[in-house]
Design a protein around this ligand. Sequence first.
Ligand SMILES: *Cc1c(COP(=O)(O)O)cnc(C)c1O
Length: 444
Amino acid sequence: MSITNPATSTASPFQQRSLQTVWHPCTQMKAHETFPLVPIVRGEGVWLYDADGNGYLDAIGSWWVNLFGHTNPKINAAIKDQLDKIEHVMLAGFTHEPVIELSERLKAITPGNLGHCFYASDGASATEIALKMSFHYWQLAGKTGKTQFVSLQNDYHGETLGSLSVTDVAIFKKTYAPLLRPCTHVMTPDWRYANEGETAENYALRAAAALEEHLAKHHAETAALIIEPLIQGAMGMGMYHPVYLERAREICDQYQVHLIADEIAVGFGRTGTMFACNQANMTPDFLCLAKGLSGGYLPLSVVLTTDTVYQQFYDDSSAHAFLHSHTHTGNALACRAALAVLDIFERGNVLETNRTKAKYLNDAAVALSAHPKVRDFRNCGMIWAFEVDTEIEQFSQKFFQAGLKQKLLLRPLGKTVYFMPPYIITEEEIDLLINGTLHILDTL
Ligand SMILES: *Cc1c(COP(=O)(O)O)cnc(C)c1O
């Protein structure tokens, strides 16, 4: 049976086919009656091209995953080379060179003594793994009362039931509340909530005091604190001072609570350092990585943990093992893409080049940050965000549509506009991004 709805009357045949069978993510499908889908046929660098040959600058890295551009020659070559060797083999009872090399290299570049790598395919699965591992660790350690998790107010950790339980974003969570585990969301360190005259650092310290107060009372039943380090992405790119990470580590140590760092969005250089935790010299008990791990090419995620956690599971009994699996765990093609990404970081002075680009963008954005409709213009590493003062309904959709006319892919979170471009963006492309954004603000 084919579905006919008004959307299909104005849509091109390409768009019609998608609307009839593809249920798009995070989308009210009826909205496509008014807002057409953008059919993409190819990509190159920061550019995506539609079926008519129009280019769009991918200013949000295709949902925060793309680091080095679309169809990057080095990543393409690595995947093609791997394709003729072995595309995938189950990781239970088998192993292969790409997954070994990737684990060794992640161990070498991540903070402290992290070095046991458990793989999955997407970010939410990584969050689930970290939560289950932490809980199971405490069970094995005889602390069977530790069954609860704590996260930050406004945190996002994915949308499967376990990860949604520790997420605090109402639009994703409200409907499913009866299905979720209770979770305490302690005060966010996001400086947008600071009192007037209070520094970001003092506000972060005040939030840390709230965490301490909670754990002082509830550490006996708390397995782990899970946080988005430095940037709370989904709730409008809230940014906070690294001192919070430092204090959170001390407090978790003091009360014997695991610290799970969800660097799914911010890992691999987004905050200016390879990992956000580096800025506080902090080693979590679990580090979740995904998104940029494969350069945004293929679904791949990993949880790194410590010897202490690993040893707790190491036993003659299989009941003591971490009996968790995802079918595509350690996929060889995805691991090769990730190795190519690490090669680019090692050989390309990426973090240094990014600092120069960030400075260029901040200089170019002076008029934007001073625009009368713009509030709280902020930057951390290769992420920029600002609030737009507007009463326009469906602002995000309309901004997105106006962006396309300026050759820009921008998808505001509510009234927060943000840039999270691939690191290969050029100065010319930055100018286009800033001027296009200004134009949208002036004309919308
Ligand atoms: C995107 C994201 C996730 C979920 O990853 P998926 O691959 O979409 O499941 C979890 N945590 C953070 C911080 C994220 O940004």
